[in-house]
Design a binder for this molecule. Sequence first.
Ligand SMILES: Nc1ncnc2c1ncn2[C@@H]1O[C@H](COP(=O)(O)OP(=O)(O)OP(=O)(O)O)[C@@H](O)[C@H]1O
Ligand SMILES: [Mg+2]
Length: 395
Amino acid sequence: MARQERIDVLVGEHAQRLSERLQAHREQLFPPDASKELRKFTSGEVADLLGVKDAYLRKLHLDGRGPSPETRAGGRRYYSLQDVQDLRQLLEKGTKTPGTYLPGRREGDHLQVITVINFKGGSGKTTTAAHLAQKLALDGYRVLAVDLDPQASFSALHGFQPEFDLIDGGTLYDAIRYDDPVPIRDVIRKSYFPNLDIIPGNLDLMEFEHDTPRALAERSAQFFFTRVGDKLAEVRDDYDVVVMDCPPQLGFLTMSALSAATAVLVTVHPQMLDVMSMCQFLLMTSNLLGVVAEAGGNMSHDWLRYVVTRYEPGDGPQNQMVSFMRSMFGDHVLNHPVLKSTAISDAGITKQTLYEVERGQFTRSTYERAMESLNAVNGEIEGLIQAAWGRKGAS
Ligand SMILES: Nc1ncnc2c1ncn2[C@@H]1O[C@H](COP(=O)(O)OP(=O)(O)OP(=O)(O)O)[C@@H](O)[C@H]1O
Ligand SMILES: [Mg+2]
């Protein structure tokens, strides 16, 4: 008889070996006490972010108004993101059109909660959520990003090392658990982006999947689907937009996130298998959310959009898939796709988004094409955010 292996033991050994190697690798790249920092932005980049001319920024500086940039070789001026934020405040004071430089919520506007979902692994959820959250922060919105994935890729991308930083908890699970939940403020952390706070994730989040059936059996009145939304309500006034990166599964956590959401972004890689899998996902979502809605859950949203990810314009079958989706879902598919780009994947290897890396590290055209596509997608989403507040003409 062939030798049999105890997979519980074997997998445990493999996990141990892998964990040690990964830890060594990480310590080499990122010492445990290393924290991420955001680079400074060139005056040209800042001018683009603010929608003003570089010459105008120079004039402000020469007039001694607003923050002083750091001047480097060749007279190039660099601003921190905090400087950009200070410039926004200054410019907003001088404008007759409110919201030109500070585009966030005004009196009566609701907090927007965008969930990024699809149960197809690798469809670009985390990449999309991270670039969206960071771009909104760069544009002057107050953003809270929530990592709902036990795999915690979003957190890792933002410099959190779940094994080191979250030993005593600190994920959303602590705030939504059924026994002794903590206030949500206890699990919110500042990031190296002045306008971006993060609730990191780790394996603890899986506990919610185990606890919920038990809580439902014990306390029939317990509505699991309100738990995320109820917690977000505690910090409703502190943010303009919440971005939630969901795990590739449709568990209780994702359902509770969808219940808390005001908007839904479904990431789709335009390939047959991915689209077939999405079909299953949509069917399941519809069934499960139908049940939640019947139980009194809120399923009204400002918008739902599909965003095409890792798109290769020269690929015939992908183009057919995109046309197919557009013919079925019409305006629900964003006009711009996220292009597949080595600039995006290479930035990811060093735990950065394209907004964090310096342009000089990449071939100019590669960087610019990727940046253009991300900005176009994020610009469309910003338009939807502004429209949900009853405004038009997002910057
Ligand atoms: N536009 C892109 N261009 C190149 N690579 C990309 C792009 N978008 C995502 N990737 C790469 O594809 C992989 C999967 O992306 P991502 O982690 O965003 O997917 P996901 O849907 O969050 O996955 P999971 O379901 O495991 O959470 C990552 O390695 C990422 O760097
Ligand atoms: Mg992910």
